[in-house]
Design a protein around this ligand. Structure first.
Ligand SMILES: [Zn+2]
Length: 400
């Protein structure tokens, strides 16, 4: 009898365990896998969600495509460590994934080229939110951190403004500019998609607080630039468009645009006062800006429909100018705003008492937000509206 009871009890126990335990295991398991999914989507979000640009394939790119693209960049990092003593037998490097690739007004990247190892460098940026333009290839991102840290050790403040730019983004910028500004203006100030070095993920436009985070000539006058000019190569970067090389690079002086090429090559270029074109003995055959026109858009991978001006009256966007004005985020200008709020409320009564405490609160609040967010529009505007091959501000982008 007793044995039987025990047996029954045991069966009941097992049943209870199954009833309670199974759902726990199932729910737990589901939770685990959904967390795993979440983690992997987060991982790919940084490099994945912008780049779906197979629709702009040009098919006749000059580049040999790389099937195992991911590892190629890394392997050339090791090769970079060997000192470069001359460029006698150098072969023009047009492999998109190579850290020493040459991209210029005559050498374009495939429209579907997206670096496989894009990450956000651990440095200060002029914007606080996530944006594609914060991305750089891994080795360039690490070197950038070293560069910025070294600058900081010297009491200097460098700040990232615009790094990676996808083909799609450049396509948007270019076609929008053609629509709103016309072809002549656009080819002067805006790179044709595929020809921007920013698509390599190895270039970045940088600035500093004293230049108001702008990417224009004023950066050349800062202490930061003076230091950068003679130290960037120690970290693998070069000033890509120097003042005295404009006829070879095809770009006007861009003190803010630096390009990662690895330490060995950067050192060689610096010590021999060469730009990348000279190193590869690349001779420009034509003034690229004169080549593209409304009749040959398709040769450059541009769909003519995308630059068709709508029949409506031209809607010139006056936004840039108003946006710039708020940038000097001065506290005094803020004060009027709070005084409005109290006036509204007490309308009938005496407003005097309420006014005093409110402003203090409101004022403290605003500046906190201002520095990061107010700055943003400025580079954004420069970047999008008038971007030469690289990230130029319209004012000085006059190419030779
Ligand atoms: Zn640039």
């Amino acid at each position: 009898m007793q044995n039987r009871r025990k047996k029954v009890r045991r069966i009941k126990m097992i049943r209870r365990i199954l009833i309670v335990g199974l759902p726990v295991i199932l729910i737990g398991g589901m939770g685990y896998f959904s967390l795993k999914d979440l983690a992997s989507t987060n991982e790919s979000a940084a490099s994945g969600h912008f780049y779906n640009n197979s629709s702009y394939k040009d098919g006749d790119s000059e580049y040999d495509k790389d099937d195992d693209g991911k590892t190629k960049g890394d392997s050339s990092v090791a090769a970079q460590e060997e000192e470069i003593t001359n460029n006698d037998d150098v072969v023009l490097d047009t492999t998109p994934d190579s850290l020493t690739v040459l991209v210029n007004k005559e050498l374009r990247l495939p429209s579907d080229y997206i670096p496989a190892d894009l990450v956000i460098p651990d440095v200060n940026f002029s914007i606080s939110y996530y944006d594609e333009k914060k991305l750089m290839r891994k080795s360039a991102a690490q070197a950038l951190k070293e560069l910025f840290d070294a600058a900081a050790d010297n009491g200097l403040d460098l700040c990232g403004v615009s790094a990676y730019r996808s083909y799609e983004r450049q396509y948007e910028i270019f076609t929008n500019n053609v629509k709103t500004q016309g072809m002549g203006h656009t080819v002067k100030y805006s790179a044709i998609p595929g020809y921007s070095e920013h698509q390599t993920g190895l270039a970045i436009d940088i600035s500093t607080k004293s230049a108001n985070y702008r990417i224009d000539d004023s950066f050349a006058d800062t202490d930061e630039y003076k230091w950068l000019k003679d130290n960037a190569h120690l970290y693998g970067f070069v000033i890509r468009y120097p003042e005295d090389k404009t006829s070879i690079t095809g770009y006007s002086f861009e003190p803010w645009h630096i390009r990662y090429v690895g330490k060995a090559l950067a050192k060689f270029l610096y010590e021999n006062d060469m730009c990348l074109e000279e190193y590869y003995k690349f001779e420009p055959t034509e003034d690229y800006s004169q080549c593209i026109n409304y009749d040959n858009l398709e040769d450059y991978g541009i769909n003519p429909d995308d630059v068709k001006v709508p029949t409506k009256a031209p809607t010139k966007v006056p936004t840039p100018t108003p946006t710039e004005t708020p940038t000097p985020s001065e506290e005094p200008s803020v004060t009027p705003t709070p005084s409005v709020t109290p006036t509204k409320k007490p309308g009938k009564d005496k407003p005097t008492v309420t006014v005093t405490p409110t402003p203090t609160e409101e004022v403290t609040q605003t500046p906190e937000v201002t520095p990061t967010e107010e700055i943003t529009p400025t580079p954004d505007v420069t970047d999008g509206a008038s971007d030469s091959g690289d990230g130029t501000s319209g004012a000085n982008a006059q190419t030779p």
